[in-house]
Ligand binder design. Sequence first.
Ligand code: ADP
Length: 491
Amino acid sequence: MTTKKHIPKLNFSTDWSYAPAPEGTDHIQLNQSYDLFIGGKFVKPESGKYFPTLNPANGQKIADIAEGSSGDVDRAVKSARQAYEKYWKKMKPADRGKYIYRLARMIQERAREFAVIESLDGGKPIRESRDIDIPLVAAHFFYYAGWADKLEYAFPNRKPQSLGVAGQIIPWNFPLLMAAWKLAPALATGNTVVLKPAETTPLTALKLAELIQEADLPPGVVNIVTGAGETGAALVKHPDIDKIAFTGSTEVGKLIQTATAGSGKKVTLELGGKAANIIFEDATIDQAVEGIINGIYFNQGHVCCAGSRLFVQESVENLVIQKLKDRMETLIVGDPLDKNTDIGAINSAEQLAKIESYIELGKKEGAEFYQSNMPIPNGGGNWCRPTLFTKTAQSHQIVQEEIFGPVLAVQSFRTIDEVVEKANNTPYGLSAGVWTDKGSKIFHLTNRMRAGVIWANTYNKFDPTAPFGGYKESGFGREGGLHGLAPYLKF
Ligand code: ADP
């Protein structure tokens, strides 16, 4: 016999509106246009072409950004090669470490400015860029600076040597953090870099270029070439690149793997995901609900490791769904610069259109649809309310495909075997979460999950000392921790 659980309801007469608390923008310094950063200087693109970077919260242009051609990429690679041979390879590792420490300290000093620019350009809530992205950026530089003169201790008896020039291509969801994940280990291991930021979020990387100038890094050690897919493809194809590190979509990851096959270039790919968040009946439900919310709705679901599939044990399914809906009603969708905002702007109009088409598809596939009733800003900007699909099936496209938006698909399960099978039934394998009171259950389950990172009774926690990366179509190679040094070294 099943006993009906009492499901407490929140009182929605509560007024969840807060007085606006926008972060100031008067302390940030942005130019009207940005050139390419090559050989320690900002230089004009050879084509003379620029493209706008927009504020996704109002659709207005923030700045014009240089469009790098294959000729520009070639200039950047040459400058990186020269810097590698002339300065970086010859420098004492401890001195390289000092430069990286210097960068880390400068980022900390300018953290507020970086956080505001990140939210302006990318649409993520200031709370996140201020409390998560930028502190983690500094932490990555600090962490890898420490390894610069200790590589032979990291890989004892293996005589680690740098590769040469690394080409690094990054996405728009964590713009500066992805730059840090890639730059810090590359520099610490003695490589020089050509970095290509995403076309919708280039600003913090270009501000970092200013810091790199101020830090007096030898010219050409870090080069930043802005542009879209074609610029990235030119970098991937360049014959004088020793290593490609890419974070982005599985689709582009596959193109990169094809383009580099047989070239001798080392490659690491961090691609899409469709993470399973699994809640057992013995979990602390309120804590788990908060973890689910954090896992899928914060940062607008623009996270490759977002917990976008929820598996709830059948006996607590109704309770969890009710609590989720109650909590969703309190999430504030709005101005990314407001400190009260939980869900900011969707990064681009194209991304919003993609998310909306998945929402329509979910309805057509027969899943039960629920969206919060909180107001969303009117006027310009790209907004999406937190969205929940219940009564979904494994075969639904909204369960199988990466949406990269604030859309959660819920399924129930009865046994561990069943949930492991369902959770692993995806082309991806980047991350997962498990919520239970029993440590033994955590180990039993996590050993059978095909996911690179599995959080237990928490979600989306990052640390520079912890490796991150996927299985299957989520890519290969690890970033972070000691593991993150190896892809930049030969032995
Ligand atoms: P997302 O779906 O997250 O935008 P993409 O894979 O499209 O992911 O983009 C991630 C990064 O890859 C961006 O910097 C983008 O400009 C770059 N990129 C897109 N197409 C290519 C390509 N064919 N070769 C190399 N880089 C590319």
